[in-house]
Design a protein around this ligand. Sequence first.
Ligand code: ZN
Length: 136
Amino acid sequence: MLYRISVRTRGRVDFQDITGTVSETIKSSGMQSGICHIFVPHTTAGVTINEHADPSVVEDIMAQLDKMVPQHGGYRHLEGNSPAHIKASLVGSSQTLFVDEGRLVLGTWQGVFLCEFDGPRNRSLLIKIIPDSTHG
Ligand code: ZN
């Protein structure tokens, strides 16, 4: 099953907590055990897993990515958004998660974030839900 979900991002750089959205998608699929693959089909956005109990953590990640990838760096890409492309490659565009007893398996403090680097925009989130094989 492949689900396509719209996510509205709020700032130029914005980490949207999508843990609830992913959990609801799994619940609606009815899958009890298997794999949940998350893919962000964009070149200036990505997906990461990190702490969502303390919002300061993702703020620190965003601030450090800004330092690592300066806004003006003599980039060649004429669209002017090379920092966003570079940050998207640094965080990556997919994550694979386990589902057990119908629930997403995450550490106590972990959450899933859609990482916007060139917003605000409407983004797509693709979620592929793959049940365990019944043949082995
Ligand atoms: Zn571009």
